[in-house]
Write a protein that binds this ligand. Structure first.
Ligand code: GUN
Length: 313
């Protein structure tokens, strides 16, 4: 690392590519990263690809969404995923199993979906009931149909710089940054949260984009110092207002993955929005940021899986 890189500007530079979305500023001054608008663009692209696939093969790309139990938050996500699939011209196969379904039955269902030619993508909504071994279920999904990008093969390919099907939320962060022309190369990026669903694949995506990446977790000694250094911050903790706005580096790009319901019933992120927006260069709203992007990237992955299975890409 050169000496000059230590004196990098506070704000991530916009890349040479023009921003594709007309920027709107928050009251605090940061540019709002409008996930809803970008997701609509992605969904329109997916719909066009899905229509071309249907015209060529006489069937729509197919997505099976499996829910075990009836966790209320999961039910909302699953409903949204199924509705978005239909709107994009993707066939939706719904499989809702009771919470006490035997693991062998879940595995048998996934085996049938793996073998079903109409099904291009399989998503098993997490979390699974505590009694179910999540790893054995996720590992049983055919990697070619793993539209969540959670199978160890797809995780490993991303880690080896040859991504195939990529986890939807991290992939959505990268797409959002691209759409707003936020350069990631050379930036100091901090990911708060080290889950398999978001934090870890997010770190791999940022590394692939050539950022210098730090991942924070419950063992991190000085979280504030790590956040204060971040030119790009991804918060994926799942705790309302976990990161005070005062910690945000001036000019930083803030991607808030948290979707938390307050006692008053509002949805808020992991970052305290108003104070963060007064310091950040760019910031995602909650709701309307990574939530819609995650669904859009799931649809994109489903069409990509369908095309790959036909040898088209
Ligand atoms: N639960 C929370 N986020 C996700 C996701 O992206 N995929 C699945 N399958 N389950 C989730």
């Amino acid at each position: 690392m050169s000496a000059s890189s230590a004196a990098a500007p506070a704000a991530p530079a916009a890349s040479a590519a023009p921003a594709a979305v007309a920027p709107v500023r928050t009251a605090g001054g940061a540019i709002l990263l409008d996930g809803k608008a970008v997701a609509a663009r992605v969904r329109a692209q997916v719909a066009a690809q899905a229509a071309a696939f249907s015209a060529r093969y006489g069937r729509k790309p197919g997505l099976a969404v499996v829910q075990v139990g009836n966790d209320p938050a999961s039910s909302v996500y699953v409903r949204n995923k199924r509705r978005a699939s239909l709107e994009a011209g993707i066939e939706s196969f719904a499989h809702d199993l009771p919470a006490d379904t035997a693991p062998a039955q879940i595995l048998a269902l996934i085996g049938r979906l793996n073998a079903d030619e109409r099904v291009d993508g399989i998503l098993v909504q997490l979390p699974l009931p505590v009694a179910t071994d999540t790893n054995s279920v996720m590992d049983s999904v055919d990697p070619a149909k793993d539209v969540d990008g959670f199978h160890p093969l797809n995780t490993g390919l991303l880690a080896q710089k040859r991504p195939r099907l990529r986890p939807c939320t991290p992939w959505g962060v990268i797409r959002l940054a691209q759409e707003y022309g936020i350069a990631l190369t050379g930036r100091t990026a901090t990911v708060v949260g080290a889950s398999n669903i978001v934090g870890r694949p997010m770190a791999q995506e940022l590394l692939l984009a050539r950022a210098t990446v730090t991942v924070c977790h419950t063992g991190t000694r000085d979280l504030r110092a790590e956040v204060e250094r971040a030119e790009v911050l991804v918060a994926a903790v799942g705790r309302a207002g976990f990161i005070p706005g005062e910690w945000i580096r001036p000019g930083a790009a803030v991607f808030d993955v948290g979707i938390n319901r307050t006692a008053a019933g509002n949805l808020v992120g992991d970052v305290v929005f108003d104070t963060a927006a007064a310091r950040a260069g760019w910031i995602t709203p909650v709701p309307g940021g990574l939530g819609p992007m995650t669904i859009a990237m799931l649809l994109a992955n489903t069409v990509e899986a369908a095309q790959r299975r036909k040898g088209l890409v």
